[in-house]
Design a protein around this ligand. Sequence first.
Ligand code: MG
Length: 399
Amino acid sequence: MPARPKTIAIIVAAGRGARAGAGGPKQYRMLAGETVLARTAKAFLAHPRIDAVRVIIHADDGALYADAMKEICGAGKLLPPVTGGDERQDSVRIGLESVESEKPEIVLIHDAARPFIDEATILRVIDCAAREGGAVAALPVFDTLKKADAGAHPFIETTIPRDRLWRAQTPQGFGYEAILAAHRAAKGETLTDDAAVAERAGIKVRLVAGSPDNMKITQAEDFGMAEILLGRKRAMNEFRTGHGFDVHEFEPGDAVILCGVSIPHDRKLKGHSDADAGMHALTDAILGAIGEGDIGDHFPPSEPKWKGAPSRVFLEKARELVGEKGGAITHCDVTLICEAPKIGPHRNVMREALAQILQIAPDRVSVKATTTEQLGFAGRREGVAALATATVRLDARDN
Ligand code: MG
């Protein structure tokens, strides 16, 4: 198996969800403004190791599906939906057959009603399935298990030892050819999950750590629990750090501009814009933290309109991009490297200038300076170098 086997996720969304009460199939019900199915699909579409996603739907649900997925149908990985069969097992088999021409090496089978599946669990299942042939996300059983009689108010008959008992979740991952053959061979039998189909065919299936959050929405009450879980996830933040580096050369002049401050000097910095190396390094650090490329991507030096541009334009753009992602810049730190001019007397003005552009408090901005002990280009007073680090807070992803 290659290090990165072609992997397709099959999301089973053909059920009627009779246990979830009124309001239509549970996978199409809203959970904080988005359908359960769209949340589930997004987790797989966003995963770097998933090459394609196929959703198996009920024959009656074409319009519900189209509506639920309209915002994300543009995602290139999403294959058109396929209509499933009478039972879940039939739907999975149809789903497996439907991706034959895609030639996947690994397939992940996942229930649409588990919208909280996370990136790490998906990765564990893919890696283990690639190594072992079969992998199921699972959690150990901690509750004591009782077997009771069949009455409406039953009596306990026996206590089942819980050691070595596990709760199987999805995704369940398998080598494609083997699970397809296993499903074809099990046609007509009723097995409760795909691992059971694999076990019947003699495929070894290993358990990997699932996630307690990866709940299955089964009953109407589960929606309340899912909303609580979603609120908790949203309250958590994700912090990202980016760094930037820039150098500009001196040329004849009478002042340099660094971190937005003009400092009288016997030279100026050479560059297409105002050559503010500090602000350029900081812009790159912020862009780096949010994965938005670098300053040259947004302001190509080949475009004459940026000639002589004040560098605050670049920094403002970076700030806007953070804002568009719902993020906030929590801290940035700039180090200027030069023998002259002396930076120290201007540090606080620089901090305030940067803070004003970034619209954050000055105590979230640091500007420092150092020399290189007269070594290298900075030591020979040929130019100025700048380093910067930026930390950005983003809302945690739902998945
Ligand atoms: Mg530059």
